[in-house]
Design a protein around this ligand. Structure first.
Ligand code: ZN
Length: 311
């Protein structure tokens, strides 16, 4: 049986065997793992109510190990790790556990994901926090993957973060693989939220055309307003931007001054755009869109039994 070149330690006290088919042997420090992991702690102190209250694959594995009666003191009596924990992933995890690698540096995304997976399985709080902190960065994970990991690990904030990002991806542009990864519940919630936001935007575009704030020397208020309305309701103006969903409503209002003002008096246009920046109108538009997303994410988390705040 091959011994791991780095993690078969000379003075190690616990022998583990990779269950992923590689048969690689690890000899590591039992006490360190016991300190950090609820599962390894549970291996020694039987019965352990902390472990018994846990559910899932990890618990199943622990019961199998207990039933096998191995103690991990020699190569022959190695504890066989579950098949879903790959040696590459274990390496990243042990690197953190025993060498404190990356404590000051950046782990690669793939290593952080591996640490998160193993730590979650073995209930190693420190590993979970370490990996999550690195993967919390917005560009660390593609949205669909973040969503799916958020479900797996119960990270409500990741679900929310991914959902926000996916709001700008038209639902029909998702690939079948992405649909499958995110699951039908999330897919349906996203479709619903996108349709609802579009509806909010259409109402905004056609039913809430702002009134121009004319300067006193604007010689034709009716014409000036009509030109403003044209800008607001054209496909190259606000309506178009809202329908194409290339930016959140609040962003569109911020960019207002860059649209073609047509025949609107320049100063009237400038004043009206400026006036719309910090009005309750803007706030309500922003809130309406966000409210739609909030509601869908909240419903989704509830359906999946995930708390919306991860601590
Ligand atoms: Zn005017």
């Amino acid at each position: 049986m091959p011994r791991h070149p780095k993690f078969y330690m000379r003075d190690g006290t616990l022998v583990l065997k990779a269950g992923d088919g590689s048969e690689v042997l690890y000899r590591v420090y039992r006490a360190v793992l016991e300190n950090q992991s609820v599962f390894f702690e549970g291996l020694l102190s039987l019965p352990n109510s902390k472990v018994d209250s846990l559910a899932g694959d990890g618990k199943k594995w622990l019961e199998e190990v207990r039933a096998a009666g191995v103690d991990g003191t020699t190569d022959e009596t190695a504890l066989v790790l579950p098949a879903q924990l790959a040696t590459k992933e274990l390496d990243a995890f042990f690197d953190l556990m025993f060498y404190g690698s990356w404590m000051d540096a950046q782990p690669a995304t793939v290593d952080a994901c591996a640490i998160l997976k193993i730590s979650h399985f073995l209930v190693v709080d420190r590993g979970i926090r370490f990996a999550k902190r690195h993967l919390d960065k917005e560009d660390a994970l593609p949205a669909v993957q973040r969503l799916s990991l958020g479900f797996s690990y119960g990270f409500g904030d990741w679900v929310r973060m991914a959902f926000d990002e996916l709001m700008s991806v038209p639902i029909n542009e998702l690939t079948p693989e992405e649909e499958e990864t995110m699951g039908w519940k999330a897919y349906r919630a996203l479709a619903r939220a996108q349709a609802e936001v579009l509806d909010v935007r259409l109402r905004l575009a056609v039913a809430r055309i702002p009134v121009v704030n004319h300067v006193n020397w604007c010689y034709n208020h009716t014409w000036c307003q009509a030109e403003w309305t044209k800008m607001w309701t054209s496909m190259s103006g606000v309506l178009g931007a809202l329908i194409k969903e290339d930016a959140p409503g609040a962003q569109i209002l911020e960019n207002l001054a860059t649209y073609d003002r047509g025949g609107t008096t320049e100063e009237c246009f400038r004043r009206t755009c400026e006036g719309l920046q910090d009005t309750p109108e803007k706030v309500s538009i922003l809130k309406e869109e966000e409210g739609v997303v909030d509601r869908e994410v909240e419903k989704l988390l509830q359906a999946l039994g995930i708390p919306s705040k991860w601590t």
